[in-house]
Each structure stands twice: as structure tokens, then as C-alpha cells.
Design a protein around this ligand. Structure first.
Ligand code: CAO
Length: 527
């Protein structure tokens, strides 16, 4: 059955900004399927019924309107998404069972101990409890959050399948768990439906077996880096993503939604309040005043794409946090260019476009290996430098929607041809909007090359939380004095911006000199 965009009021041409499910996923009614965003608001589109996702009919960035089909779902008739389920024990009725009355057998309440266990977590390994939202003795309603677990890729909320009282909390925050691990024991209330035609009896009838069908857990995409949350947080994926983008710790936000659920407006209000508070006012810059430029002449107003808007926020954050210093240099790459020219046809025959960038990336990785503080991040408290043993090198790609930074993973294990192929593949994926999220994450150093565009130099902004970035300008033939005469040499201007909190000036000088030696004489890579 097709699921369509519901009535979205006055909004038209809204953008799909998040797809929360994959084909094959089992979802419960009201689980978020996709998130759409107009220029005024974003809206989560929930599953109208429990079922299995057959096919997704939209892609990120698609523009949709009310009535458009977004995905195809197969309904599970009894509402039982069997792929995602807690594992209750056999229900055992207790003494609170009441006999039915003769006149219509009203439902009666029974309680039973139910063990809530970790559902199937797919191929996830290293699942740990990041949040325990209930305590022993606490009453819970259906769907109240019990526990949140997190793997390297996703976090998963385990809601209560029944109303009742928590009699045991079997896990604590930080515990490692696996499929079927006991999480919580509930004294669950359930309604016993007696058949209307049950004959009058003087003794209580046996309780009818009741199928205990917990609702599906809700998968929440998180970035690969570990998010540590200590307080109870009840928020959907879009809200968690917004909070991550804005750097808001959801544990400190009050939720105004049902059962204290945090909605996007809560996060936005929190940011506004924080910025306005005296504690942070000293850091805030006076806001730009809105100017009506049309008073001075004709204007066009072009809304920023999401990529551009997000990029702007990230750049601003880097600009404010990182203590930038930029070191400039000119490398003599005459020999490297001759080498590259000699390989160009041979590479082209293998379908490889050999630009200077893969050579530069190769040399960078070697320089990073020698100067690990450039392949690092500062912890947020600026108490330690986290040196990364991996070398995932990001590179800036200019797309029509704005700047995108795909990441070449394990660049240290790749040769120049492999790097060239990977750079071409990732920049093509970036331009055709086909980059996967994990192809833009985990970078440990970035290169921004404007060589094909032009210019003699620029000061790149560090791609925080990385601590250094290499800017490459256009290589040019210049007259260089060789001691006797001027000779034509190919000169590559570079600029390395770094976070002065992590790297001192002398270290930066040595890094740049070593990089220059590698690019001036590529044979050094063999040493
Ligand atoms: N000097 C002179 N010429 C250069 C050069 C340099 N530093 N770097 C590349 N070139 C040449 C290439 O050799 C190629 O020439 P041929 O077609 O004759 O071989 C031409 O410029 C085009 O190269 P390219 O752009 O196809 O490939 P690339 O490997 O140099 O770069 C990529 C790939 C994705 C980095 C680039 O296409 C791009 O998007 N650059 C913009 C990055 C950017 O916006 N940075 C700013 C970020 S800060 O706002």
C-alpha cells in the first residue's frame, strides 16, 4: 500500500530532508518514515499503520507535495512487526482477575510479570545501554521510554509495550548488551477480554492467554562518533540530528511534546535562550541588522540550499572555535609535473585522470605520518590531543548546491592511481548528490584545491574538529634564480591553516617544509 504525504497546510514543494527507514524495515504505527521541510517548518511523516517497508519512492532532496507517494508498505494485520520485538515471558495471570458479569462480560484487569528484552539489533555489534529512563517502582504507560541502546551506527529506543510498574531494572548505563538481554521487568497491566457469550460461573475463569505484542523500537540515526547522554532523552531522529548540528545536549532541554518528548522548537528555543543569556552574551557578536536593499536598487533573493546553510553554520563555528594561523609556501614541483605528464597517457589508458591532487594527497599522508599532531583533534575541553592512527583525507568539492567534503578512507594504504580513482568517484558522487553519509564522515585532515580554478593563494578554514587543512592554489611557471640565471620552474603555492591550540608555529613550519620536500622530489616517498 502506498503511503502518501499528508495534508501539509499551505506549504508547497517541500523537501525530503531525512529518510528514517530502509526497505525491509519493520515499523510500528506512528514510527517516523521520512522528514520533510518547507521554508518555514519541518514535519515528520509517521507510519499510518504497523507494517514492513517494501520500497522507498523518494530520495533525499526530492521536492514533494501533499498526496505524493513516498513509500510502499505492507500492512501487518495484527499490528505485529515481528522483525523488531521485545521478548516477553509467558504471561501469567495473577489473583487480580475478576469474574465476568452475566450482562455483557466487561473487560477486567490482570497483571503479569513481563520481561522486556533487547530486540533483534541486526548486525550491530558492541551495543551498549546509553540511557535508562525508568527506575524500580516507577509507573509507566504504553510507549513510555524504558531504555536507549546504541551501536556504532544507530541508537534505538526501547519503549514500554504495556502500562504497568517497573519491578526490576536489569541494566545500567554503560552496560554492554546483546539480542535478548534482559532489560526491564514490568508488572504489566493487561485487559482480559472474556468472550461475550461466556456462561455465568461462580468461580473465576482461567485467564485467557493474551498475546503480548510490544511496539517496534525506534531506530535513530546517529553519527559514527559516540554520543554520550546521561539524562533521560525522548526525541525523534530529526530532533536529535538538529541538536547535533547545533551542538545542543538534549539532556539539558525540556520537552514540550507528549510525555515530555523534545520537539524541534524546544531545541531552537533552547538555543535562543542560551544565546540571550548573560553567560554567553559576552561571546555573542552583535547581530547583523536586516537591511532593505531594495531601497537602493533592484535585488534578487536566493534562498541558501541546505548544504550551503549547514556549511555556513559549520564554517562559522570553526571560525569561532579554532585559533587559526595560516602558513604559506611555494613548492617547486617541476620534476613532479614532468613525472605526472609522463604518466598521463598511460593512466588515461587505464581510465585514470591524473591531476596533481592525488600526488598532493599521497605526499600529505606521508607528512601526516611524520607529524601526527596534524592528523588529530582536540577534545572539547581542550585537555588532550586525540591522535588518529587512521588517515582519512577529506577534499573540498565544489557542487552547484555548495561545498561538500567527501573523505578518502585509509588514504595511507592507497597508491596514486587508487587515490585518483577514489577522488574522481567521490567528486562525481558529490556532484550528483549520491554521496552516502559515511563517505562524508571521519575525515582526519582536509585538502582544499582551487588549483583548477585559479588564484595565487588563499587562507582555508580548518574543518573542525580536525586541526589542519591544506589549501592548494594554481601552479604556475615562474622564473626562478638558480644562482647564475633565471630558469622556468613550475611553482605550486600552498597554504596550511592550523589550530594554534593543537600545533605550534615551529611544528607547522616543519610540516610544510617536509611536505614541500616530498612534492619537490617525489622519489622521497620511497624512502
Ligand atoms: N594548478 C594548475 N592546474 C591544476 C591544479 C593546480 N593546482 N589542480 C588541478 N589542475 C588542473 C588539472 O590537472 C585539470 O587539468 P587537465 O584537465 O588539463 O588535466 C584541471 O585543472 C581540472 O582538474 P579537476 O578539477 O578535474 O580535478 P582535481 O583533481 O584538480 O580536483 C576537485 C578535483 C574535486 C577537488 C575539484 O574539481 C574541485 O571541486 N575543486 C574546488 C574545491 C573548492 O571549492 N575548494 C574551496 C573550498 S573553500 O571554500
Amino acid at each position: 500500500m502506498d503511503v502518501t504525504i499528508p495534508d501539509i497546510g499551505d506549504a508547497e514543494d517541500v523537501e525530503v530532508i531525512e529518510i528514517c527507514v530502509d526497505p525491509g524495515d519493520a515499523v510500528a504505527a506512528n514510527d517516523v518514515l521520512i522528514v520533510i521541510e518547507s521554508d518555514k517548518a519541518s514535519m515528520e511523516v509517521p507510519a499510518p499503520f504497523a507494517g514492513t517497508v517494501d520500497e522507498i519512492l523518494v530520495a533525499l532532496g526530492d521536492v514533494v507535495n501533499a498526496g505524493d507517494a513516498i513509500l510502499r508498505m505492507e500492512e501487518i494485520s495484527n499490528g505485529e512487526p515481528d522483525a523488531i520485538e521485545a521478548t516477553p515471558t509467558e504471561p501469567v495471570a495473577t489473583e487480580e482477575v475478576q469474574p465476568p458479569t452475566a450482562d455483557g462480560a466487561p473487560p477486567v484487569t490482570a497483571t503479569e510479570r513481563v520481561e522486556i528484552r533487547l530486540p533483534d539489533v541486526g548486525e550491530a555489534e558492541n551495543v551498549s545501554v546509553i540511557e535508562v529512563a525508568v527506575a524500580e517502582g516507577q509507573g509507566v504507560a504504553v510507549d513510555d521510554l524504558l531504555v536507549v541502546v546504541e551501536s556504532e551506527k544507530a541508537s534505538m529506543e526501547i519503549p514500554s509495550p504495556f502500562a504497568g510498574t517497573v519491578v526490576e531494572v536489569a541494566v545500567g548505563e554503560g552496560d554492554d548488551v546483546e539480542e535478548a538481554s534482559l532489560l526491564v521487568v514490568l508488572e504489566a497491566e493487561r485487559i482480559v477480554d472474556f468472550p461475550p457469550a461466556v456462561p455465568v460461573s461462580t468461580s473465576p475463569p482461567e485467564a485467557q492467554p493474551v498475546e503480548l505484542v510490544p511496539p517496534a523500537a525506534t531506530a535513530i540515526e546517529t553519527p559514527p562518533e559516540t554520543v554520550t547522554t546521561t539524562a533521560k532523552v525522548y526525541a525523534g531522529p530529526a530532533v536529535r540530528r538538529l541538536a547535533r548540528e547545533l551542538g545542543v545536549d538534549l539532556a539539558t532541554v525540556n520537552g514540550s511534546g507528549a510525555r515530555g518528548r523534545i520537539v524541534k522548537d524546544d531545541v531552537k528555543s533552547f538555543v535562543k535562550r542560551t544565546l540571550a543569556s548573560p553567560a554567553t552574551a559576552g561571546l555573542a557578536i552583535a547581530p547583523m541588522e536586516a537591511v532593505d536593499f531594495s531601497r537602493f536598487g533592484q535585488i534578487d533573493v536566493v534562498p541558501l540550499s541546505r548544504i550551503r546553510a549547514r556549511g555556513a553554520a559549520n564554517l562559522h563555528r570553526s571560525w569561532q572555535h579554532v585559533v587559526h594561523v595560516t602558513q604559506h609556501d611555494d613548492f617547486d614541483v617541476t620534476d613532479l609535473e614532468a613525472f605526472r605528464a609522463s604518466l598521463k597517457d598511460e593512466a588515461a589508458a587505464e581510465g585514470v585522470k591524473l591531476t596533481p591532487l592525488p600526488f598532493i594527497m599521497k605526499a600529505c599522508v606521508r607528512a601526516l605520518e611524520k607529524h601526527p599532531q596534524f592528523n588529530a583533534s582536540l577534545d572539547p575541553g581542550v585537555t588532550s590531543l586525540i591522535l588518529k592512527r587512521y588517515h582519512h583525507v577529506g577534499f573540498a568539492v565544489d557542487t552547484e548546491d555548495g561545498l561538500v567534503v567527501p573523505v578518502v578512507r585509509d588514504a595511507d594504504g592507497k597508491g596514486v592511481y587508487e587515490l585518483a580513482v577514489e577522488i574522481a568517484r567521490l567528486s562525481e558522487a558529490a556532484r550528483s548528490k549520491k554521496l552516502k553519509p559515511d563517505e562524508m564522515q571521519g575525515g582526519s585532515f582536509t585538502i582544499s584545491s582551487l588549483g583548477a580554478v585559479g588564484g595565487t593563494g588563499f587562507t582555508p578554514i580548518v574543518n573542525a574538529p580536525e586541526v589542519a587543512i591544506l589549501g592548494v592554489a594554481r601552479l604556475d611557471t615562474r622564473p626562478v634564480w638558480d644562482g647564475a640565471t633565471f630558469v622556468p620552474r613550475k611553482i605550486l603555492p600552498v597554504s596550511v591553516s592550523y589550530d594554534h591550540r593543537a600545533i605550534n608555529g615551529a611544528e607547522a613550519g616543519r610540516f610544510v617544509v617536509d611536505l614541500g620536500k616530498l612534492l619537490s622530489d617525489f622519489r622521497r616517498l620511497a624512502l
